[in-house]
Design a protein around this ligand. Sequence first.
Ligand code: ADP
Length: 149
Amino acid sequence: MERTFIAIKPDGVERKLAGEIIRRFETKGFTLVGLKFLKVSRELAEAHYDVHKERPFFAGLVDFITSGPVVAMVWEGEGVVAAARKMIGATNPLTAEPGTIRGDFGVNIGRNIIHGSDAIETAQREIALWFKDEELVDWQPHSMAWLHE
Ligand code: ADP
């Protein structure tokens, strides 16, 4: 079953959006299989954003993501990687569609509330980076029978 990595960034936590964001993934029909609340180390932040290390915003991004607590999650479901990206919306909240998390709650690209893996392979890399195997829960909610034919 497909899994994706989702993180509510320090701005989302400070703005008390964690409950609203979790609610959206739950009510959509995805299954929570991992969850932790942590202050991110510079080492983890740099590894997570390694692909952006040459970009001008990299240092500021690492400073920001390590500045306060983050809610790190793994969500499971058919097509969850692409569906979560749609639910999150475009990188810049100002142009993200209304109805998306960034479109509904943000105005600035450097404070865009949430991270979601951009592809299945990225999700696998990010889940392994943030979670140990034993921190992920294998379970099948009973509601599955009502979400699928
Ligand atoms: P996404 O998070 O939508 O996958 P990217 O992978 O392109 O977006 O960028 C990673 C993160 O880097 C963004 O979510 C945002 O926090 C930050 N970022 C990207 N572009 C900029 C920018 N031009 N200025 C400031 N921060 C940026």
